[in-house]
Write a protein that binds this ligand. Sequence first.
Ligand code: PLP
Length: 497
Amino acid sequence: MEPGQQQAPYLDALCEYARRNPARLHVPGHKGGQGADPGLRHAIGERALSLDIPALTYGVDVGLDPTPFEHAQRLAAEAWGAKRAWFLINGASQGNLAAGLALAHGGEEVVLQRNAHSSTIDALVLSGLRPTFTAPEVDPELGIAHCLTGEALERALAATPGAVGAWVVSPTYFGAVADVRALAAVAHERGVPLIVDEAWGAHLAFHEQLPEHALAAGADLVISSTHKIVGSLTQSAMLHLGHGAGGMIGEDAVDRAVTLTESTSPSALLGASLDAARRHAAVHGRGLLEHTMAALADTREQIRAIDGLDVLDGRLAGRPGVFAYDPLRLAVDVRGVRASGYELAPLLREIDDINLELYGQNVLVAVFGMAERGLPEASRLVSALREAVQRVGIEPGGAQASFAAPPPWGELAMTPREAYLGAQEVVAVARAAGRIAAESLATYPPGIPNVLPGERLTADTLSYVQRTLEQGGSVRGASDRRLRTVRVVVEGRGGSR
Ligand SMILES: Cc1ncc(COP(=O)(O)O)c(C=O)c1O
């Protein structure tokens, strides 16, 4: 660790500003808290409000070079091994939007992992990029999507000679980590940058027993949701440019794209939380992660000892699309009990107010932060799972149930942007086959979008989505969550609605 990592210059600059009791003749109107609603003051405290200052404050983010804000971003770049890091105040979602806009400087086509986050699809709408989708590996037992293989990326790039980038996701919600080195080698062989949505992996840089993080493995642009596991404030995230990206992604293009996608009033509290979280991770991350990993290993053992339950762990590594496993996710395989994940999640809430990050048919996912202490929540989860299984009973042989893969996605008839901006109408699902979708439909499990804007709807896909809903699954992206209707493009007419 570099000695500079002990500092948090941006956080310190905010504290110094508040300490001076300055004349606050600027926004925000609560004036350091005096003008705030007493309920808010009580809830978040005077201190937090006193640090809520606007951008362009002298000595904080304007003034002598480097300003504390620039210094903080440089320390973040150093901590993650990036050429440059940008603080984001609209989450990793903003990182995806900015990545799409930056890529669009180079051309019109991109290769994209099919189960990208919805903000990546929004990036296609914003940038106008035409995607060639490539499927991640779907686990036929667990019914969840893992990562993309180098071979799949190679095929997609070969089919898309005009691609200006390859865009993948790692780790997944469930903790599967891709072979980013192999993916980077494939992309670089074709002269395009590898963009990794590492929203779930900001912590990977801080312990050598964790899977290698994307920048270290050769990624060129990395989207990092710092708030998720490293623990900055919700909505704060970072975008990292790799040292090898030069010539493939322009630093200026990324900079402009970050500016375009953010407010002109970025929250100082969010920025300071990034500066502080970086310091915490760089200085104490190794020790904290060591403790959390050990405690989670113990929790996994306890869950596996419950009849009917299993956990996802390092044993997953080596399956198609899983190079390594991130132990900070606790994914519980519930196929051996007589209830689906959809039924168990509300039961856990009822038993002990257990609130999970995600649940599907076969798997429940609990997320742990970098700095869990003693893991009291993990013990509560284990007890509640024990009681839930007692209530619903076990399903011998349930773990053998296999998962029906979704039908292939439809032809991309227009770009997501054209579909999003084109004239649209809502039609009954019975009349929708053959029409071009104006919205996404993504069934859970396994969470790979079945339909994206611009694709032709097929009868097979529509009935698959309906069957999933009938079986207790869910569909994301649909304006009608029960899929009685679907929003489609009115063909042969330009303009918007
Ligand atoms: C893979 C992936 N990318 C991006 C995001 C967006 O992150 P944020 O909520 O920080 O905007 C998420 C959110 O869950 C995600 O799972």
